[in-house]
Write a protein of this length. Structure first.
Ligand code: ADP
Ligand code: MG
Length: 962
């Protein structure tokens, strides 16, 4: 009550209170400042520097080995020997020694400083008769650095009393390594440099959940008495603690992509915020009191480090001193005493302020402190002084909370989470020693970032053990990276590999086209008798059938001057019919056509019909196609070896359906080319990348040895999925591909056994020569298409688990299941951006508990597999476009590829990689890609239309089989 009655004190307390709305605003400004620091464009002007640390992982407990740490502190050097046992970091063994740094070294030559540090290392190692094997060293260097790698950091500027010459702008890792080499400690390897905040984050990660944020407020309680300390387990045997650093700083695991100053784009990276300088551009002016202004003016760096001067423990005593001076001048305090002593800088220590705010002892401490200054405080004075001290400390805690809330909200947003659950490591005596500070920090953070649940963890010797952890994690990651690279290397194709594939494809194409060589070619180059692409003059109404895709459909397609309209029905083909007799199957098809015509009121007309029949056929004419084998669950008897158009016509006769005029049978690749050709006359290539893969293109008749006639062009259905079945791609096949392949044989799932070749005893037994042991047909397809990519990824993941590189090596029973990793997962997982939680969700569905790093690795595997697929596809296409260009004697070919297939259409990167690689491999061709819409429906009708346009197809009659 006595307090309430004094307006001056009330005013002072009010000025030192930051209301919640203002804290919200401070948080918002901190967020803005952080974004400014992260962005490449604005980084240079940012107050909150957001320095990349190149630390991309937190400990996972598997770290083990001996590590050396050197910590450069304000007045001493500490060397540590840490042994990690790979036991979840439950009981790291720590030994350390502290060396006093002579004053002249801190201000002398840079070389002398680093020589001194290296000598400390040598003495330390001599004292423990350490083994001579390679010793990784982590260097704690608590100054602002421009880091470009974990082991490369240029000092920006000295602080904390250091001013050694010839170090600023130099790589301090290199300086230390050279000095260590001078001491002939060649086995000591400086592998990581970090600042003290990062160390805090790393130690708090020990055991259990990762800690992804760290906060230092006030003095870090680093041990600092020269001599030896040996510690076992996590418990420190409390050596005397003295101040190491008195500022404030924070760091957190940011999404690497947002850290624009670093090149890393996937995963996360720890960012050192250097938030002490927040507000140096005036953004905190509405928070600052006249007392803060005076503290700033009297400091060694006026106008700088404004946030630190509000929050860091160095300044709390000073703020209180200025407040008391002002109140005394207003006659609200110390009436009757001389307060001249309060004009002396630093007479009131932060430590005293912190003692005064204590509930029990506080009043006595206040009296003691004031009397020690020669003041004669009344009971009321002591009470008011305590209030002021509390306000200053509470404000520091609340502002610190605003900063922390900004970090948490930033993490939550950038991870696209609804709720962030995170551990925050906290070091510094303000937090560790003071309940009041801790409580305010916790509760205000909760109010300002309600979407985040942060658990605050006190850190134990953050700098020392943390540095060891950083070093250990670095080693673990480097070793893992080497293993992963070794495993994935065979899947990464060089430009030379791809050029070779292109050459091989070209050779197989020539073989497939040659009359004599066709039988030996793995690429069949089947004539389609489609001799022209649409020219836009096609008109009329057509029927189309689509059999062999996901559904059986009947369509009517109206081709008019400006557009194509379609109506269609999906019909079910019962399994009994799919697997019954051929007659029943084709009868059923005719019934469906009749039903459709009835519904569409088309019974009276005789419409030309195009038939998309997506099973492997040897075509003998535009309307004559011999089925080579059934696939996709069909096995109707009496069809293989028969002309499917003939089977259809026979069924029509049986059903007395006389108004049926089948003019063309096409495969889906050709349909795709034709439907795109209607929109773009340059479309002379068709490409499918769906369940399988295939391509077709317009070849010169004179090159088609398997069909007589030299005039014009004919579309060739390459059936390129079988490319390599003669073994020519075997060195590209990896162990993973072989595993996928073996499983395909077992399940009897190979797409189609090599059918007999034209002229090579065809319709006979098959081409035994080509059925090499080991791999079954469809090799090119197995590297590229949707049916296999997921399986390849699954086998790689299994291998990674086995090598303990993924999911901590835990067995994954569900991952053993064939086809459980679907190709569509690759599309989701590879979507750009930060949606790594989607990766986790997919893996969780597979009962795989993925850490963040696991998700990044799974994504890398998917990317490697899909990139290879796209590049191989590009190599195939390069052979095609180059052949077309040469055929036509052009210096430059401009051509369009019509594409269909869900993999091509849905995968976020496939088309981009394909096109990029194609540009690279076929630089003299300008290739445009056009996605087809309903190629199998529209395309079949257009083939019929083109055929009708010229009355008769221009193709020549086929050679009769021998
Ligand atoms: P089809 O080739 O049988 O005519 P599609 O072109 O629709 O059929 O391809 C289907 C195949 O595409 C599926 O077997 C699957 O492997 C793959 N797939 C399905 N969804 C996706 C997706 N979102 N991303 C990549 N591939 C997919
Ligand atoms: Mg398809």
């Amino acid at each position: 009550p006595a307090l309430m009655s004094c307006p001056q004190v009330q005013r002072a307390l009010l000025a030192l209170t930051v209301p919640l709305e203002m804290l919200q605003a401070v948080k918002g400004r901190m967020l803005q400042a952080m974004r400014k620091g992260l962005s490449r464009q604005t980084h240079a002007q940012a107050n909150v520097r957001m320095l990349p640390t190149y630390i991309c992982s937190t400990p996972d407990g598997s770290e083990k080995g001996d590590l050396l740490v050197v910590e450069l502190c304000q007045s001493h050097v500490r060397t540590l020997w840490v042994t990690l046992l790979g036991d979840g970091n439950q009981s790291p063994q720590v030994m350390y020694k502290i060396f006093d740094t002579p004053e002249d070294i801190m201000k002398g030559k840079g070389e002398a400083l680093f020589d001194f540090i290296a000598q400390c290392v040598r003495q330390f190692l001599a004292g423990i008769s350490s083994p001579q094997h390679r010793l990784p060293l982590g260097f704690v260097f608590p100054f602002s650095c421009r880091q470009t790698r974990l082991d490369k950091a240029e000092l920006i500027s000295w602080s904390k009393g250091f001013s050694c010459s010839d170090v600023e702008g130099k790589d301090v890792v290199q300086l230390l390594q050279s000095a260590i080499n001078k001491q002939e400690l060649y086995h000591v390897d400086v592998v990581a440099l970090m600042n003290d905040t990062v160390g805090t984050m790393m130690t708090c990660s020990m055991g259990g959940e990762p800690c992804e944020v760290a906060l230092v407020v006030g003095e870090q309680r680093a041990p600092r008495v020269p001599g030896w300390w040996v510690l076992g387990g996590l418990r420190w045997c409390s050596p005397p603690l003295l101040p190491a650093d008195t500022g404030t700083n924070s760091c957190f695991m940011a999404e690497a992509q947002q850290v624009e100053m670093a090149e890393e784009t996937s995963g996360r990276m720890c960012v050192n915020t250097e938030w002490g300088c927040f507000g140096d551009d005036g953004t905190l002016s509405d928070v600052l009191t006249p007392y803060d202004q005076r503290v700033d003016q009297e400091s060694s760096s006026p106008g700088e480090r404004r946030f630190e001067k509000l929050v860091g423990s160095l300044y709390l005593g000073e703020i209180v001193r200025h407040a008391l001076t002002a109140l005394a001048a207003e006659k609200a305090l110390f009436i009757g005493s001389s307060v001249a002593v309060l004009r002396t800088k630093d007479v009131l220590k932060t430590q005293q302020v912190l003692e005064i705010i204590d509930n029990e002892e506080g009043m006595a401490k206040a009296r003691g402190a004031l009397e020690a200054l020669g003041l004669r405080p009344s009971e009321r004075d002591c009470c008011r002084v305590q209030q002021i001290c509390r306000a200053v400390v509470s404000r520091a805690a609340a502002l610190c909370a605003a900063g922390l809330a900004a970090i948490l909200s930033h993490m939550c947003q950038s991870r696209e989470l609804e709720r962030l659950v995170v551990n925050v490591g906290v070091d510094g005596e303000l937090y560790q020693g003071h309940t009041r500070f801790r409580e305010i920090l916790q509760s205000v953070t909760g109010l300002l970032a309600p979407e985040c649940t942060a658990t605050l963890l006190p850190s134990v010797d953050g700098t020392g053990q943390g540095a060891a952890m950083v070093t250990a994690v670095t080693l673990r990651l480097a070793a893992q990276r080497r293993e992963v690279d070794r495993l994935l290397a065979p899947l990464r194709l060089s430009r030379t590999d791809l050029e070779r594939v292109q050459v091989l494809m070209r050779r197989e194409m020539e073989l497939g086209l040659g009359r004599e060589s066709n039988a030996n070619a793995s690429v069949r180059m089947l004539p389609t008798y489609v001799c022209g692409t649409p020219d836009g003059t096609e008109r009329g109404e057509f029927l189309a059938l689509d059999l062999g895709g996901t559904n059986f459909r009947v369509l009517v397609v109206r081709v008019a001057q400006d557009d194509i309209r379609m109506a269609s029905e999906i019909y079910v083909i019962p399994t009994a019919i799919m697997q019954g007799t051929g007659e029943a199957l084709f009868d059923h098809i005719i019934e469906c056509i009749m039903d459709f015509q009835l519904k569409q009121d088309l019974m009276e007309q005789v419409l030309p019909l195009g038939f998309t029949f997506s099973f492997p056929c040897q075509q003998l004419g535009l309307d004559k196609a011999v089925l080579l084998t059934w696939t996709k669950g069909f096995s109707a008897s009496g069809c293989v070896g028969q002309d499917v158009v003939h089977l259809l016509r026979e069924a029509a006769q049986r059903k007395k359906h006389l108004g049926l005029k089948v003019v063309a049978v096409v495969n889906d690749t050709v349909g795709t080319m034709m439907s795109c050709g209607y929109d773009d006359p340059k479309c002379e290539i068709g490409l499918i990348v769906g369940t399988g893969t295939n391509a077709c293109y317009m070849e010169e008749m004179q090159n088609v040895g398997t069909v007589e006639g030299e005039q014009g062009r004919m579309c060739i259905n390459m059936e390129w999925g079988a490319f390599g079945d003669n073994g020519c791609l075997d060195d590209i096949f990896t162990d993973f591909d072989r595993l996928v392949d073996e499983k395909t044989i077992n399940a009897g799932k190979q797409r189609w056994a090599r059918a007999p070749g034209w002229g090579g005893g065809w319709l006979g037994g098959g081409c035994a020569r080509l059925r090499l042991p080991g791999l079954c047909p469809g090799r090119f397809e197995k590297l590229i298409s949707g049916m296999y990519l997921g399986e390849i990824v699954r086998h790689i993941l299994l291998a990674l688990v086995k090598k303990q590189l993924l999911f901590r090596g835990k067995p994954c029973p569900k991952l053993q299941t064939r086809d459980i990793f679907q190709t569509k997962f690759l599309s989701t997982i590879e979507i750009d951006g930060l949606a790594l939680r989607q990766v986790r969700a997919i893996l969780q569905d597979l009962e795989l508990q993925a850490s963040f790093e696991d998700s990044v690795l799974v994504r890398e595997v998917c990317q490697t597999v899909s990139l290879r697929a796209a590049q191989l596809c590009a190599a195939g296409l390069a052979a095609v476009v180059e052949k077309m260009r040469e055929n036509r004697g052009l210096a430059r070919l401009t051509v369009t590829v019509g594409v269909d297939g869900t993999l091509y259409k849905m995968h976020p990167r496939f088309s981009q990689h394909l096109q990029q690689m194609l540009r690279d491999l076929a630089p003299n061709c300008t290739v445009t890609f056009l996605q087809s819409e309903d190629g199998s429906g529209k395309g079949a009708a257009l083939v019929a239309a083109v055929a009708c346009r010229g009355a008769e197809p221009r193709g020549q009659p086929p050679l009769s089989p021998q």
